[in-house]
Design a protein around this ligand. Structure first.
Ligand code: AGP
Length: 607
């Protein structure tokens, strides 16, 4: 998830306007920045790795000639945050410049084809293929607009892109598929941007560009066409009534709710990871003598769920370990035959990195799953996978958790396939279900928000909560507990439901809220008796169950239904979403800020 911005001014240099626009998009990505303007038959480009202010301090991003320009602030997905991978990217003869937000799934095939036809690539990015594809079409004599259309129609994946050319310096050509793109209009300028916040201080007259559309910007206005059949799309601007802070959250009151709502899109992105790294990681896991899954906080809960996935699908026993306990618990037993998958959305958590250091000392194989390319974890890992959730601003991890689960499920499925432990039919079934997960997540978000807000009102004064599940759902329950505790400050306990009678049930009295995570899986029968145990002692029973599960619903005081047919090993990805949302609304009811919970930091860099 990057931020793109650009403009055509009637008068004056556009570079300072682009610089300011990118600053307002910095929450979308901040590991590299760049601008390109066209002036006097030339492209002028400034770009480098680093935060906008740091790069500006060295390169002065305001000092470039020209009224027409494009810019980009980056969140690396392909190619580490180095200067060469920063946008804009150009063609072989520096005639055009391109900025892009999204993931080109078929970039490797296109790159090979283009290299075989003589194109020379400078970067490791997926984006650069767009510049060379357009170059190829321009060489065939197509005008810029048609060349961009032809190139866009070759791309699989998500993109919002913008192109300028020294041969047609009066226009900017943009195209969109999935990644957001908006146009802003004033009498003296026209802007394009990933999000409305970027141009809101300049104008609140906006045009939303839809999927599969191309738009040509000129000083005098814009023209939208459908990429598929080239028909013109007449769309009038709409007036936006957001204040800048609301804008950065795209109209959501908090980053946490925005990030919870982004999960359908981020889960789609997580299904577009580079095959070669997933395959390499599967290879290492398959060869391993023993496998540890090590992480802190929410990432540890992803490891806990993964241990069920690897065991059930690939018959691989793995040890989920909390980072800060790794050395104490396994420090002496880790050795050259050990393979350790470290999971950290930030890639910078001190407890996790010190466990990495120890594993390194013991010559173990270090694998990494993170959300931040260029983070320390990516630099110390033998192989790493970047989960593509985009920057997460809210301290409470939400979209990064579900993306971690999706990656871990993909790894478990690949390992199962490799080991032939599960039938092809079942693997194909699970792979098709994994592809449906983003849409089902969207359904859950749409369907249950109001009900969850009512539940939050009903239970927000409770002094303590239990979160219970069996099997893989005990990991879901643990994450639900952490979300509620860390932002609402309500004490909560989670444990595998079978443990209740060994102690915790003594806390139960009338009205004590117990949340059960109970998908229809092998644990369904036993969890019914666990619910009965709690009910018998007067607990208020709140269940997350499968749609139409009348047996469980009949035992509950309140229930949230998840669409049916979600396979057990994928259930945490979906069943956690109502728990994230409930924690958010209970926190609001208690008057706390969900984005900045007390005593916590987004990235814990102290041990
Ligand atoms: C989760 O909401 C918290 N922010 C925290 O527990 C977090 O998961 C933990 O600090 C690990 O962070 P990481 O994934 O960046 O390593």
């Amino acid at each position: 998830m990057c931020g793109i911005f650009g403009s055509i001014l009637k008068n004056g240099n556009v570079a300072p306007v682009i610089h300011a626009g990118l600053k307002r998009l910095e929450y979308r990505g901040y590991d590299s920045v760049g601008e390109a303007t066209v002036h006097d038959g030339q492209l002028h480009i400034k770009k480098d790795a680093g935060k906008i202010d740091d790069v500006h301090a060295v390169l002065n991003l305001d000092d470039m000639p020209g009224r027409v320009g494009i810019g980009h602030t980056r969140w690396a997905t392909h190619g580490a945050p180095y200067q060469v991978n920063a946008h804009p990217h150009t063609d072989c003869v520096e005639e055009i410049a391109v900025v892009h937000n999204g993931i080109i799934e078929n970039f490797a095939d296109l790159k090979l084809e283009l290299e075989n036809s003589g194109h020379v690539f400078k970067s490791k990015t997926d984006t650069e293929v767009i510049a060379h594809l357009i170059e190829g079409k321009l060489k065939e004599g197509l005008p810029l607009i048609d060349a961009v259309r032809a190139a866009a129609n070759r791309l699989d994946g998500s993109y919002a892109l913008a192109v300028i050319s020294i041969k047609e310096p009066d226009k900017i050509v943009c195209a969109r598929n999935e990644s957001p793109l908006t146009i802003g209009i004033t009498d003296n300028a026209i802007y394009f941007a990933s999000d409305i916040p970027a141009f809101l201080p300049l104008t609140n007259k906006a045009v939303i560009i839809e999927n599969g559309e191309l738009v040509v910007l000129r000083q005098e206005g814009y023209e939208i066409r459908r990429l598929a059949d080239w028909t013109v799309v007449p769309r009038q601007p709409e007036m936006i009534d957001w204040d800048p802070e609301m804008a950065e959250k795209q109209g959501y009151p908090h980053f946490m709710l925005k990030e919870i709502s982004e999960q359908p899109a981020t889960l789609r992105n997580t299904l577009r990871l580079q095959d070669q790294y997933l395959e390499l990681m599967t290879e290492f896991l398959d060869r391993a003598g023993e496998v540890f899954l090590v992480a802190a906080g929410t990432s540890y809960h992803a490891c806990l769920a993964a241990s069920y996935m690897f065991s059930k699908l690939a018959f691989l026993a793995t040890h989920p370990i909390i980072s800060s306990e790794f050395v104490e618990q396994h420090g002496k037993s880790v050795n050259i035959d050990s393979t350790i998958l470290f999971v950290s959305q930030s890639g910078e958590t001190a407890d996790t990195l010190s466990a990495v250091d120890h594993a390194h000392l013991r010559a173990a194989t270090i694998l990494g799953l993170t959300n931040v390319i260029g983070s320390t974890l990516t630099r110390v890992s033998r192989v790493y996978v970047c989960q593509q959730s985009g920057p997460e601003i809210g301290v409470a991890a939400t979209k990064t958790f579900t993306s971690q689960l999706s990656v871990l499920a993909q790894l478990a499925l690949r390992l199962a396939k490799k080991r032939g432990k599960v039938s092809h039919v079942e693997i194909e079934f699970l792979e098709s279900k994994l592809k449906q997960i983003p849409d089902i997540a969207g359904t859950i978000l749409k369907k249950h928000s109001e009900k969850i807000q009512l539940l939050a009102k009903k239970y927000c004064d409770k002094q303590c909560f239990f979160f219970l599940g069996r099997g893989i759902s005990s990991a879901t329950a643990s994450e639900g507990k952490l979300k509620l505790m860390e932002i609402s400050y309500i004490p909560a306990i989670a444990y595998p439901a079978g443990e209740s009678k060994h102690g915790p049930i003594s806390l139960i009295d009338s009205g004590f809220p117990v949340i059960f995570v109970c998908p229809k899986d092998d644990t369904h029968k036993t969890i019914v008796s666990n619910i009965m145990e709690m009910k018998a002692r007067g607990a208020s029973i709140i269940v997350l169950c499968e749609e139409g599960d009348e047996e469980i619903k009949s035992l509950a005081d309140d229930f949230i239904e998840i669409p049916e047919g979600v396979p057990e090993i994928l259930s945490p990805i979906l069943y956690v979403i109502p728990l994230q949302t409930l924690a958010y609304y209970i926190t609001l009811e208690r008057g706390h800020d969900p984005d900045m919970p007390r005593n916590l930091a987004k990235c814990v860099t102290v041990k």
